[in-house]
Write a protein that binds this ligand. Structure first.
Ligand SMILES: O=c1ccn([C@H]2C[C@H](O)[C@@H](COP(=O)(O)OP(=O)(O)OP(=O)(O)O)O2)c(=O)[nH]1
Ligand SMILES: [Mg+2]
Length: 152
């Protein structure tokens, strides 16, 4: 599927898949960023896209940067609506307790996953059908060894 992309920042690459079979196309930071421990920053990626109706692009963290540096995204996954024509931005956050994170313009900071979505009609009713799960959630089936349900 072709998706139209405008390169707002001409010095930056378009989103790109590192390998065939990758779900996420990497996004690049348009600016140098230094994040102190716990600090967040809204970072421009230099691109704007026009998704077809019925598709959404989700902005996911990159696992390598998360594992090595504690870099994540505040609102992960970010939602880029099909009607959005502005620059895609990424709300980065440094979860490392002590180390700052230094990113340079052009570094790959996040990945964009394009998915189909459904729009539904919300039909108000008085009651919902019974299910095996019912209203159990938030750890109702147990957690890890030694863990307790959130409601305990
Ligand atoms: O990580 C993100 C998340 C959102 N957006 C852009 C595209 C999206 O279509 C728009 C609005 O996002 P969202 O609906 O998540 O934000 P909101 O706080 O609900 O703002 P709005 O009132 O504009 O919908 O902001 C990004 O560029 N990056
Ligand atoms: Mg919104």
């Amino acid at each position: 599927m072709d998706v139209r992309v405008v390169r707002i920042d001409e010095g930056l690459p378009l989103p790109s898949y590192a390998h065939p079979g990758d779900a996420g196309a990497d996004l690049h930071t348009g600016v140098d960023v230094v994040l102190a421990p716990g600090e967040r920053a809204l970072v421009p990626t230099g691109v704007a896209i026009a998704l077809p109706d019925g598709f959404v692009a989700l902005v996911h963290p990159r696992s390598g940067l998360a594992a090595r540096h504690g870099l994540s995204i505040v609102n992960t996954p970010g939602t880029v609506d099909s009607g959005y024509r502005g620059e895609i931005k990424v709300m980065l956050i440094n979860h490392d307790p002590v180390e700052e994170i230094c990113l340079q313009r052009g570094d790959r900071i996040a990945q964009l996953v394009v998915q189909r979505y459904e729009r539904v009609r919300w039909v108000e009713v008085e009651t919902l059908d019974d299910t095996a799960r019912g209203d159990g959630g938030y750890g109702s089936t147990g957690g890890f060894t030694g863990g307790t349900p959130a409601s305990a």
